[in-house]
Design a protein around this ligand. Sequence first.
Ligand SMILES: C[S@@+](CC[C@H](N)C(=O)[O-])C[C@H]1O[C@@H](n2cnc3c(N)ncnc32)[C@H](O)[C@@H]1O
Length: 362
Amino acid sequence: MGETRSEVAWEKKEEDEEKEEAEAQVEIWKYVFGFVEQSVVRCAIQLGIAEAIEKHKKPISLLELSSTLKCDPSYLNRIMRFLVHRKIFKNISTNHDNYPSYVQTPLSRRFIRNGEQSIAALLLLESSPVMVAPWLSLSDRVLVNGNPSFKKVHGEDVWRYAASNLDHSNLINDAMACDARVVVPAIAERCSELFDGVGSLVDVGGGNGTTLSILVKAFPWIRGINFDLPHVIDVAPKCDGVEHVAGDMFTTVPKADAVIFKWVLHDWGDEECIQILKNCREAIPKENGKVIIVDVIIEEEGGKPNKYDDVGLMLDMVMMAHTDIGKERTLKEWEHVIKMAGFNTFTVKSIDAVQSVIVASG
Ligand SMILES: C[S@@+](CC[C@H](N)C(=O)[O-])C[C@H]1O[C@@H](n2cnc3c(N)ncnc32)[C@H](O)[C@@H]1O
């Protein structure tokens, strides 16, 4: 006698459960040792492995790499075995000797400090002891009446901490600059029309001015005003076409035709964002002024999947660990803060990056 439909369905359910169980048995280790990947990549950046391979200009053997970096080959071999397994470097066989030889991949090139598309400084910031410590208090943040994790560990918020710990401030500035070098060229290429007719542009929370330095090169008619807290402006490098101005965006924003924010509003809660955006509205011309927001848009549940969705959700956790009430926002949440600040319209542009470009006007 053939099986009934419910018997077939039951067997299928059991099969699915067994498969999930088998997957869980392996998957669980990813969470137990989640810190390992970041820590080993941090070690590789600190040793300068990617730079050494790049400089060598041909496959480098383990012994050559060990001698260049003054490393113990037996330890370096294990580090490289891990990184090759993660496909960060490639191991190719040569007739050179009995040891492996390594070459770069698109991933490992992103770990060359100050290289094109480098994300090394951002990784060094996120894996620094100062930024790792608040993660260990994350559960306290989530409790009713819980405390911001960064404040709990370091006694003040991340910006006050940076103002009195200039080494950490420099780590932040370098990390933000390396993201700017990746994202801002994409904005210039894909959203060039945004800068037509913009005579002056103020970058609020602009860090060391990297964003504006790229934009004034791409659009030389723009006069850039890089606006940030005094301790950041004090050490910002000089750049043609960019004036550095120190101040507090909660008090006032320098006047300009347009404002840009990159990775700033996500550091703050809705009320603060509305306050900052109101100050921007005061700073730009009523008729044709605009505010360009470069930040993550979290996809609503059931929305169109995007390859950066997971990064957006991770960044939301980063905001929870490192800021008081910052968060990544869905489009509806962005609409709320933009409208509450008095803007009538906004548009969204995708730039094939973690962040999108939201333009508020009216
Ligand atoms: C996450 S960083 C982003 C830096 C830069 N926009 C980028 O993405 O490359 C946030 C910046 O906001 C600045 N900031 C924080 N509070 C500020 C305030 N009250 N007024 C002006 N800038 C502020 C910080 O100093 C920091 O440079």
